[in-house]
Design a binder for this molecule. Structure first.
Ligand code: NAD
Length: 270
């Protein structure tokens, strides 16, 4: 093979990947990129049933792969366990697990709604514990697996008004490292991707919320808050994050484990 893309393509064709929160944004981008490498997919996430069915059909037709969908709510451990059990039964088992589902809420700590704290910790952190816990036995039996947790620059540094998100993302960094150590000799790698600001529906929602919390305009949020932290002054693209995920799934990345891969335009270098 002449380059990494060729070798990762050859090794990923026919593998089975599950991406949580893949009906939108970064998760959908990662799912698309894995399908383009020939992976069969299990999608998951919220959304309109007809639109999701159309998305599955289009992905399958575009890339000549099989695409299933699980409506499991990432706040519900039993639904997560069932999702993994069903995925494990298809295509020779689950080889690639991408924990991507996530939500955000922006508010000062003393006004932070308790139910938002609970939901963010459940979706952004605990769901990854539940998926990994259920998927590992199959990966261990086959001595092959890739786990990618979509963390954030907020796994490494904090910002005000995002207590639950920052706590959950720091938590997922710890979970990533711990599981990586537990399975290091078993052909399974476990890594986190830590993006800076990526323009997705989640970020578009944050612009309005941050403007309200800080009492500034939406334009000021983009220029002075979001991209101020990102030295490149450019949003990271969904495609860049997806390419990194594909690389981490490749054989070339077999020695990368327990790592938090920053893709943040230099944010956490400052
Ligand atoms: P998004 O809102 O576009 O997508 C989030 C996905 O999670 C959707 O598919 C949604 O349906 C799903 N989801 C939400 N609640 C769920 C639940 N209860 N059960 C199942 N699925 C659920 O957001 P995004 O920006 O693509 O974010 C994806 C991940 O990337 C998140 O973990 C987020 O924290 C992380 N991230 C995003 C950015 C950014 O700038 N966009 C930066 C760093 C990290």
């Amino acid at each position: 093979m002449s380059n990494a893309a060729d070798s990762s393509g050859a090794s990923l064709a026919g593998r089975h990947a599950l991406v949580t929160g893949s009906t939108s944004g970064i998760g959908l981008g990662i799912a698309r990129a894995l399908a383009a490498q020939g992976c069969h997919l299990t999608l998951n996430g919220l959304g309109d049933a007809d639109e999701i069915a159309a998305l599955c059909e289009n992905l399958a037709a575009d890339h000549n792969v099989e695409v299933h969908y699980s409506p499991a709510d990432m706040r519900e451990p039993q639904q997560i366990a069932r999702m993994i059990e069903e995925a494990e039964a298809r295509h020779g088992g689950l080889e690639i697990l991408v924990n991507n589902a996530g939500i955000q809420h922006v508010a000062p700590l003393h006004e932070f709604p308790v139910e938002k704290w609970d939901d963010i910790l459940a979706i952004n952190l605990s769901s990854a514990f539940h998926t990994i816990r259920a998927a590992l036995p199959g990966m261990l039996a086959r001595e092959r697996g890739r786990v990618i947790n979509v963390a954030s620059a907020h796994a490494l540094v904090a910002s005000p008004f995002k207590a639950a998100y920052v706590a959950a993302k720091h938590g997922i960094a710890g979970l990533t490292k711990t599981v990586a150590l537990e399975v290091a000799e078993k052909g399974i790698t476990v890594n986190a991707i830590a993006p800076g600001y990526v323009k997705t529906p989640l970020v578009e929602g944050q612009v309005a919320d941050t403007a309200k919390a800080r009492g500034i305009s939406e334009e000021e949020v983009v220029r002075d808050v979001m991209l101020k932290a990102q030295p490149t002054r450019q949003f990271v693209t969904i495609e860049q994050v997806a390419s990194l995920a594909v690389f981490l799934c490749s054989d070339a990345a077999a020695s990368i484990t327990g790592s938090i891969q920053s893709i943040d335009g230099g944010w956490t270098a400052a």
